[in-house]
Design a protein around this ligand. Structure first.
Ligand code: HEM
Length: 440
């Protein structure tokens, strides 16, 4: 067995400091220097980064039982922010919650949501049409508002438009703080009497209050809509007959609101950014889209380029740019031994640019998705049993939004704007995405 390579001596500290400033470049440089399996330090933790499809496939699918979330310090930290919802829970509790939530994501249910997604987009475009010629729009913000509204309506039959500002602000504070804590040497829970911790607790309290109001109103409703919230609320544990507590329901609600809008919004923002940089690809997409102003779920089968464009955008800018697991027993792969309690991470941002898998990795070429690729090489939604439960929801939503918008308007990056990445829990364009509108 080979020793897992990585920085040594003073370089260890230098890597930690660089990671805090620029995690994406730091991880890319580590794989360039040390290869597809690298050990580095993240504050007090030893972390192994996997940049090889076989290794990714091993931890997410083939030997997934050995790689959970429960004892991972990162998910423990996330629990302070999101509670014990589907993203952060593990073991039997996670399995039960996943089983209960799964029917809300069946193909039939999803297809029925298409008109809602298109209508919300049409409402947004109507607002855009009122803007003066030459106006500059922050498209990243617009996508956040749009996808938050969609996920609220689709999963909870709830138009959060009125509360959008408050919900978005709270989620923003939580996400910002979660990132800061991940990037600090010692990720402390937000329990101190400092201004920062107080702001955190206040944001979490406000979100809880909104979530609790939604749950209370739904409990009191006799004619409940058949959505995710009702499914969770009416579910009974097959062994104990118990139903979910309000606390659990609120945790799931907040988890789904955050996981279900932020990621898709960023995927959309990066897609429009890339299309504006690549007018040739945009022209091809516009030709495919034609004047399809209100696409249905079935129409998407006739619009295959829209899928490849979204896939390629998430290859270059995966909204969840890193995620991890922790081993519960030793394992071996690629000639290396992984010890017990070892944190292992996958950084789709780095893996999706691995030149051994992706020729011309920095290029924007949607047609590369016409070719086969090894398992474990493209994982924007993760893979295996803990694959994103919303992956089909998100792909359908992203394509419907893209087609509806592209049929009506061309989004151009504001002249002179330079966009860089901001790696929070999800990957955003730093400072937003200023674009101008060119109606078609
Ligand atoms: C482009 C959009 C999206 C991307 C890239 C994305 C990505 C991911 C990834 C990578 C994970 C695994 C995280 C981990 O292992 O820690 C995940 C999990 C999850 N996602 Fe998504 N997601 C997207 C959209 C959505 C949507 C629309 C929803 C809900 C409507 C959603 C809900 C969830 C939930 C609940 C989990 C936890 C699943 C479990 O562990 O059982 N996501 N997502």
């Amino acid at each position: 067995m080979k020793t897992i390579p990585g920085p040594r001596g003073l370089e260890v500290l230098a890597t930690i400091l660089r990671f805090q400033r620029d995690p994406l470049t730091t991880l890319s440089d580590l794989t360039n220097r040390f290869g597809d399996i690298v050990r580095y330090r993240y504050g007090p933790f030893s972390v192994v980064l996997l940049n090889h499809p076989e290794a990714v496939q091993r931890i997410l699918q083939d030997n997934h039982l050995n790689y959970g979330k429960k004892n991972s310090p990162f998910y423990k930290m996330m629990r302070h922010f999101l509670g014990d919802g589907l993203v952060t829970s593990d073991g039997d509790f996670w399995r039960r919650q996943r089983r209960l939530a799964q029917p809300a994501f069946s193909r039939k249910r999803l297809e029925a949501l298409a008109p809602l997604m298109v209508q919300c987009t049409a409402d947004m475009l109507e607002e855009w049409r009122k803007l003066p010629a030459g106006a500059v729009l922050n498209v990243a913000d617009e996508m956040m508002k749009l996808t938050l509204r969609i996920v609220g309506l689709a999963l909870f039959s709830l138009d959060v438009s009125a509360e959008t500002q408050a919900v978005a602000h709270c989620l923003e504070v939580l996400q910002g703080q979660m990132t800061q804590r991940f990037q600090s040497f010692l990720p402390l829970p937000p329990v101190l009497p400092t201004a920062r911790d107080r702001l955190f607790r206040e944001s979490r309290r406000q979100l809880d209050e909104i979530a609790q109001k939604i749950v209370t109103e739904r409990r009191a409703q006799s004619n409940r809509p058949q959505d995710l919230l009702t499914a969770l609320l009416e579910a009974r544990d097959p062994e104990t007959g118990e139903s979910m507590s309000d606390r659990q329901l609120c945790d799931e609600l907040i988890t789904f609101l955050l996981a279900g809008h932020e990621t898709t919004a960023n995927a959309m923002a990066w897609t429009f950014y890339l299309l504006s940089l690549h007018p040739d690809q945009r022209r091809r997409l516009e030709e495919e889209v034609g004047t399809t102003r209100a696409p249905s779920a079935e129409d998407l089968a006739q619009l295959p380029l829209s899928e490849r464009v979204v896939q390629e955008s998430m290859r270059l800018y995966p909204p969840v740019w890193v995620y991890g697991r922790i081993s519960s027993a030793p394992d071996e792969f690629l000639g290396h031994r992984i010890g017990k309690n070892q944190i292992v991470t996958v950084a789709p941002y780095v893996l999706h640019r691995n030149p051994a898998i992706w020729p011309n990795p920095e290029g924007f070429d949607p047609d590369r998705f016409l070719l086969e690729r090894p398992k474990g090489s493209y994982v924007p939604f993760a893979h295996g049993p803990r694959v994103c439960i919303g992956n089909h929801f998100a792909m359908m939503e992203a394509r419907l939004l893209l087609v509806t918008i592209a049929a009506q308007v061309r989004l151009n990056l504001q002249a002179g704007a330079r966009i860089s990445t901001e790696a929070l829990v999800s990957l955003r364009p730093r400072g937003g995405l200023p674009m101008t509108l060119e109606w078609r």
